[in-house]
Write a protein that binds this ligand. Sequence first.
Ligand code: SER
Length: 636
Amino acid sequence: MNSNKLRQLYLDFFKEKAHAVISGASLIPENDPTVLFTTAGMHPLVPYLLGEKHPAGRRLTSAQKCIRTGDIEEVGDRTHHTFFEMRGNWSLGDYFKKDSINYSWEFLTSTQWLGLDKNRLAISVFEGDEDAGFDKDAYNIWAEIFEANNLPLERIAKLPKKNNWWGIESGGPCGPDTEIFYWTGDANNIPGSFNDDNDFWVEIWNNVFMEYNKKADGTFEILSQKNVDTGLGLERVSAILSGFDDNYLSDLFWPLIEKMENLSGRKYNESEEIKNSMRIISDHVKAAVMIITDPRGVAPSNTDQGYVVRRLIRRAIRYGRQLEIKSELWLKELAEIVLDIYGDVYSELKENKEFLFENLNKEQIKFERTLEKGLQILSTQMIAHDKIRGEKVMINKIDNIDGDPGFIPSEINGTWLFNLYQSFGFPLELSIEEIKKMRPSQWIDEEKIKKEFTEELKKHQELSRTASAGKFKGGLADASEDTVKLHTAAHLLLAALRKVLGGHVTQKGSNITAERLRFDFSHPEKVSPEQIAEIENIVNQAIRNNYQVVCEEMPLKEAKARGAMGVFESKYGEQVKVYTVGHLKEGSNNDFNQIFSSEICGGPHVKNTLILGNFKVKKEEASSSGIRRIKAILEN
Ligand code: SER
């Protein structure tokens, strides 16, 4: 069975269980400053999990592209990826634990659906702590299923919060979860009990029972509705269905591995090191392709999402050097394979192909230059050192690593190499490789260098964590009055931009905190101060007109026919919400005398514009090529 079949089966199953299929969202979250990427299918559903009404109903299912960068350094094993596809089903205050668990069991084990071997499945449930008790209900539901199937109850483990609790770190809907694992090891040696440390048990599905809201102060409150949020990992289940214990052997990766074998003349199975490099390269290139070609695509840069793309590409190139790939712009060659694999699943890949190739090539050329520059600085430093010493480095000083800089210059320590990495992106592993070319390896105290480097890196990470904690304060998770006001202001701003700059302006992203609004839009040149003044005027006039903000639900087709703005593509013809800002006819609740703005949007918004106060643009700047960015605030 290939991945396409699994993609469809999942949605079919939940359709049969009365779920509405909704489109996956962009990889770049809108109006949510707490995260850089969509990390799970529940992400675009946060307002609905908190109680907003969803236009498609209370039972939903979707296919969501996800990016997780938290453990980018760990990618390289059999089952972890930066980009992955999540299949999910949701109950928004509808069914709860019993149905959720039974649906999962039926889909996984029934021969009408996936027909997985029941004997290879294991479960974990939340053991309880001071915030919430042991999830007895989930345990009992599973125990009943296991007993009915003669399976050992020891395969249902009770684990702590770090394993069995799910929510976005910064806050919002969350709760205990139950996770389903599949034994990917030897069929004759399936352990009688579940053990979290054995990585042949692979987590394939997570069912979260979201009955809590984590507040900004870190405490939990009970939500007004009990939700279910589940996520099944497509790559893992797809590999399992094909009988592989390594996701990279499946049809979602193998063509990329084959291409790398051709490019490098090496074999995937040659050694663990080669395997690791090929896994990392294919993972990173795929993730970079997905981010760049997203409908709200992002090019490599030094900030936010763009920085992640840059890091992914640079790491891929670095591992490419280890494979000694000779071909020049090989990233593009791999990206073409990603397009072969996913082009028919995600049309945006083909639509944004030119933008993708251009950026990959540009970044590769730039990074190769960076590497050259780094190498130059490194060797200049070594040679200068030799000169100063005024003598050739002597072999007989071997025992004297710490005291005498005869082996490698004392200034080329881990701290210095960290600076080289910071300023030129020149990675430590490469530095060490290069130094080894210039000095016998027994002269190099690798451990000491690595320790110094890591200490410096940690200091730096602490600084940037503090900075981003400040930056990401507030936001959708607490949907405060201030964020909602700025959200409505964003709609007014888009309408004003189109009036002043022209109909080519579309929204490319937005990011709202309680303090300010950041709005990216397509426009080829700087917006002049006069134009900014005019835009502010139009928005402020709209605010003073005290327009009504009206929400209506309708099929996407109708919303588009009415000219509602919004980056929203749908394969499933679902219902959407349209927010219209204008003056209603006397006594009507959806017939307008005058329309100022109309957008497809999940909400929430204010009811009348007057409450927004005064709109002020604080900054206008370039965001990336062809995209401008405005930062604005509301003053009372
Ligand atoms: N949100 C949960 C997860 O990401 C279930 O989808 O694991």
